[in-house]
Ligand binder design. Structure first.
Ligand code: M1P
Length: 245
């Protein structure tokens, strides 16, 4: 009998963007995991430092593993299993700096270009921004379409890269194929080719950072993906036992 693995994005799916998980939801989730004996993997675009600010250690320990940086780093049983490196194409950093200079968003808060293992995170607002500033930028971006413009700008200049809209204020940049979809091979190596996979994410739409994983699962008979608008919808899927193939 093939195993079923449950895969969850973090920001926007288990937690509000860059916020800790709601304690009551965490308890509902961990009860479900324990009662049903579910094998859970977390799959985030974020890095380990931010993820452990949002998801407490005993929660992570009850999962089978944690993929960070869009699948470019993998942790299991408290150990790092692998970490990919990105070869940064010539001119990319200069192109990002130029975009920043010319951006119409002028309240720039610092830490705009964040290299992570296997990827770069870019934000014209900057990762040092307060929660209020993040919310102001997200509203402005929805009207101005700045992040979609960044994607188009980089796609034009760097065809060897993929650029995805992940969280609320930034884009994630990685080499073609170094996206969340890459975790499928790792999981099949660990659990077998016929493993069933169920994925829940908030970015399962073209251009979103969950989309490559959803697309990869689409090609498998024994898998399913769910798009949510936030942690409340993820909680409802769990409470109403809606996660099945
Ligand atoms: O995991 C989703 C994203 O979460 C954060 O995005 P933002 O700060 O834009 O809300 C970032 O860590 C980003 O890399 C990540 O993809």
């Amino acid at each position: 009998m093939p195993e079923t693995l449950y895969l969850f994005d973090v920001d926007g799916t288990l937690t509000p963007h860059r916020q800790p998980i709601d304690e009551e939801f965490a308890s509902v989730f961990l009860d479900w995991l324990a009662t049903k004996g579910c094998k859970v993997y977390l799959v985030t675009g974020s890095d380990i430092a931010k993820t452990t600010e949002q998801i407490f250690p005993s929660f992570i320990d009850q999962c089978q593993g944690l993929f960070t940086c869009s699948g470019n780093v993998f942790y299991s049983k408290g150990q790092k299993v692998y970490e990919n490196t990105m070869i940064i194409p010539e001119g990319l950093i200069e192109n990002l700096e130029l975009y920043l200079e010319q951006s119409e968003w002028r309240q720039q808060q610092g830490n705009h270009i964040e290299p992570r293992p296997g990827m770069i995170n870019f934000s014209t607002l900057g990762r040092n921004a307060s929660q209020n500033m993040r919310e102001a930028y997200t509203k402005w971006d929805a009207v101005s379409g700045e992040r979609e413009d960044i994607v188009a700008y980089l796609n034009e200049l760097h065809p060897t890269l993929e650029v995805a809209i992940g969280g609320a204020i930034s884009v994630d940049i990685y080499s073609v194929g170094a996206n969340k979809g890459q975790i499928v091979e790792t999981l099949q190596d660990l659990h077998g080719k016929d493993t069933n996979m169920i994925f829940v994410g908030d970015g399962n739409k073209p251009g979103g950072n969950d989309w490559p994983l959803a697309q990869r699962l689409e090609k498998m008979d024994n898998s399913q993906w769910y798009q949510v608008l936030g942690p409340e919808e993820t909680r409802a899927l769990i409470e109403y036992d809606e996660l099945f193939i």
